[in-house]
Design a protein around this ligand. Structure first.
Ligand SMILES: C[S@@+](CC[C@H](N)C(=O)[O-])C[C@H]1O[C@@H](n2cnc3c(N)ncnc32)[C@H](O)[C@@H]1O
Length: 262
């Protein structure tokens, strides 16, 4: 079986195991909330948005509930889309009219060119198994955006993880390894490819403070107690609260890159 098929099977199994909950795509609920809050800031009322690699639609629903947008979610895992449809069925009619889902691949979305004001990926590109696929995905996302449209890329980077792991090393914690199904973005690579297609508007290192607190302080406390760190610890809860006010440093793998189509 090739790696792409294995990765897709992994996501199918996550959908089966965790259904409509945030756990299908992210074990850390505070980090999930931070992602949603930060991405939402770049959504403008009245715009048409694509959420590519939307999983079970957990975030997609939040975006449509908090901002008056129309949004189309696609994911290559039919099992994820099935969960999204289950949740969609319970929506009030006004939201149903603004939110839709279908299966689809970021490498070839099947959308017409220049369709969207904004395109989001949230930890989707990191599931592509080669740099070439990540590059082609970027070109596809550019194609489906209207001129001057925004690509909001929320992805983990090698550089962010490297910085975090340096701090972990200083304090005597094991490095966090990239999981088998992920290829974290190389910022130098993606920014080089992107410069032909987009203007880089902003880089928001929104998870830096959160990772320092949750993966260093909480990690160290757990080490002292001889237990596994818990995602729902009080340290993480307070770190998430502070993170909305304290965006500094470069110690989180997860970052937001805001691009505008040239
Ligand atoms: C980490 S989850 C994130 C899901 C969602 N964006 C969120 O934030 O909850 C990654 C998602 O990307 C999807 N995915 C991975 N590769 C994809 C591809 N080539 N095309 C479309 N979706 C893909 C997976 O099925 C999975 O649902």
């Amino acid at each position: 079986m090739n790696k792409n098929t294995e990765v897709k099977q992994f996501w199918d199994s996550q959908a089966a195991a965790h259904g409509e909950t945030y756990l299908a795509t992210m074990p850390d609920k505070f980090l999930k909330e931070l992602e949603i809050d930060n991405i939402s800031k770049y959504l403008k009322p009245g715009t048409h948005v694509a959420d590519i690699g939307c999983g079970n639609g957990y975030s997609t629903f939040h975006y449509a509930e908090t901002v008056d947008i129309t949004i189309q979610g696609i994911d290559y895992s039919e099992a994820m889309i099935e969960q999204a449809h289950k949740a969609w069925n319970r929506l009030p009619d006004n939201l149903k009219a603004r939110v839709s889902f279908r299966p689809g691949d970021v490498k070839g979305t099947g959308f017409d060119s220049s369709m969207f004001d904004t395109v989001i990926t949230d930890r989707c590109l990191i599931n592509l198994t080669t740099r070439n696929d990540q590059e082609n995905a970027l070109k596809e996302l550019h194609r489906i955006l209207k001129p001057n449209g925004y690509y909001v890329m929320c992805e983990d980077t090698e550089q962010g993880l490297h910085n975090l792991n340096q701090v972990r090393e200083y304090v005597g914690l094991e490095p966090i390894k990239v999981r088998w199904h992920n290829l974290y973005i190389d910022e130098t690579h993606i920014l080089t490819v992107a410069q032909e297609l987009f203007n880089l508007v902003e880089v928001v290192k929104f998870s830096s403070f959160y990772y320092l607190a949750s993966r260093i302080i909480n990690g160290k406390m757990a080490q002292e107690e001889g237990v596994e760190p818990k995602y729902d610890s009080d340290v993480n809860r307070v770190a998430a609260l502070c993170s909305s006010k304290a965006v500094f440093g470069d110690f989180g793998p997860l970052k937001l890159f805001v691009f505008q189509k040239i």
